[in-house]
Design a binder for this molecule. Sequence first.
Ligand code: RIB
Length: 297
Amino acid sequence: MTRIAVLGSTNMDLVAYVTTAPRSGETVTGHEFRTAPGGKGANQAVAAARAGADVAMIGAVGTDDFGDQLRTALEHAGVDIDLLRTTEGPSGTAHIVVDGDGGNAIVVIPGANGSLTSLCHADRALIAEAQSLLLQLELPMSAVLAGAETARRNGVRTILTPAPAPAQPLPCELLAVTDLLVPNEHEAATLTGVSGDPERAARALLADVPEVVITLGARGCLYASRAQPEPVAVLAPPVTAVDTTGAGDTFVGTLAVALGEGRPMTDALTWASAAAALSVQRPGAATSMPYRAEIDA
Ligand code: RIB
């Protein structure tokens, strides 16, 4: 079984469903409110576990009720949470507005995620034993960097989702130990300064990392590598989205499983796109993620 380590965030998602998202200064009435476990790290962990991997999560929750709920949700998904800390104070929360087209806007308050600034010996040992390490940018950069460097030293594939889009350029030290970068179109534009041209953005990112996948939502994704710099497009199955929250995390978690199983990149991308297409047809982030049999079907 593919062994995947995730070093990342856990958040409680507080989701308001509306027809049209409010603009600045506007108040709108929504039609539904839900709380659901999320966080880019926890979402990727759940996606990978449901796709059939042996998954362990390094992260932190708070001492509030949300912390207990987030811990329980990961446990129920079969994720090993021995290295999920509980730190004094609130858990991370994500304040999400989902509009009538399934699109979303998110504000994250890091809470306990912000306390994870360094790794302990057990974290490093867990990373060293994995096939892949999944990283995002909802933990302090010092921890992300320590995780990626540990993975590189031990020959573990590093897969970085540069989300939320960084306000500063990503540290060179992090890019130097990233094997596969998976930004969405917006994040790729932020990282490269190239907007509206994902092919060019993908080629530009190859200056920093050996392989890149840019996710394009309903349009699928683009893959490029230093060995094959001309981007290859993989289409997404056409579906009607009700909630796109966590679709990118579903994609990455599933992709990591397929790559860990030794599948060729285009097969892995097709499988991950199917998983993401399934997830957008259901509400919530981690709650919407498909199981392996559904993805295969
Ligand atoms: O990628 C989706 C996730 O982003 C949500 O679950 C939310 O918690 C934020 O981290």
